[in-house]
Design a protein around this ligand. Sequence first.
Ligand SMILES: [Zn+2]
Length: 395
Amino acid sequence: FTEVTTLAQEAWVKARQQADFRPFQPHLERIVEMRREYSEFFKPYTHVYDPQLDDFEPGMKTAEVQAIFDEVRPRQVALLKAIQSRPQVDDSFLQQEFPEKAQWDFGVEVITRFGYDWQKGRQDKSAHPFTTSFGVGDVRITTRVDTRRLGTALFGTMHECGHALYDLGLDPAYHRTPLRHGASMAVHESQSRMWENLVGRSLPFWKFFYKRLQEYFPSQLGNVPLEAFYKAINKVQPSFIRVEADEATYNLHIMLRLELEIALLEGSLEVKDLPAAWNEKFQSYLGLTPPNDALGVLQDIHWSSGYFGYFPTYALGNLVSAQLWEKIHADIPDLEGQIEKGEFGALLSWLRENVHRWGRLYEPQDLVEKITGSRITPQPYLRYLERKYGEIYVL
Ligand SMILES: [Zn+2]
């Protein structure tokens, strides 16, 4: 499998450069075959996709994930249609020159306030941002800076800080044990996305931080009112590339991948028909048809690396973040007032107490149920999206 995926990744890189799926096709055919073989080791299973999913979301079943996304799909497609019927928000001022040092310093200021402990970590630059943990007392993050796009470093830094705060909050007693990790990919992603989106793209957050940002960038943002800035960083625009997608469209990118992965493993879709199936779903969910395979089926590295079952964890992370957020609101009624004052101590303590310290002790569904009283449900996330974009786009 290592040999197959190593060769496949090489082929994927070239295929993507040429924007042509065909040279990659035989490699992916072999990978799908081997992923099926992998599932055979875990017989009896209910669905051939269950063992794939279990590697990333312990205990989670294909039927559960499908039921969740069946609820999400129609409401998110309808929300996107409603947004697109309204006048678009202006975000042109975000594409100016923003000097690197000021971006870096502002990001450091933000995550210091979040509670990132510089005695137990550091931040460096990398091509793709990531978090890496050397132990319970040493969790480091990286970020990247694009001087023409303010959001890249800003939201990337908050995102990785969210991952780091999770790892730093584990019970020290779990050091050097298998429990010394987050509960799952989705629960980890719920933490990064909470700090990036529910906190970092919220109006209360910017009521506190926007003046500081304007001080860093007086000529670029001095004349841009808070309200306009808030709308700009939350602009919704369907686009081809998943990693650049906004909150309102992101889950749609994931759903189509999940459906295609399941179809490939079930054998109801052949690899040779994958690009056409991709484009067809993309058109029906996002209203766009990718002009070539590089902007479509070839954009992500996951399948060439042999990862099946990984994609849904991104969207599940969004759902879990909002589900936790409703519970946090109930437990800390003044949450928004605190965020408006730049205070995050109560929020972080809540996360430490309820999520972080447990490490891997619980399976993701059990952990979410223990905290919120119900298993993973998309309703809080859908409520969050509909409320937020209802206000921004006056729906
Ligand atoms: Zn992440």
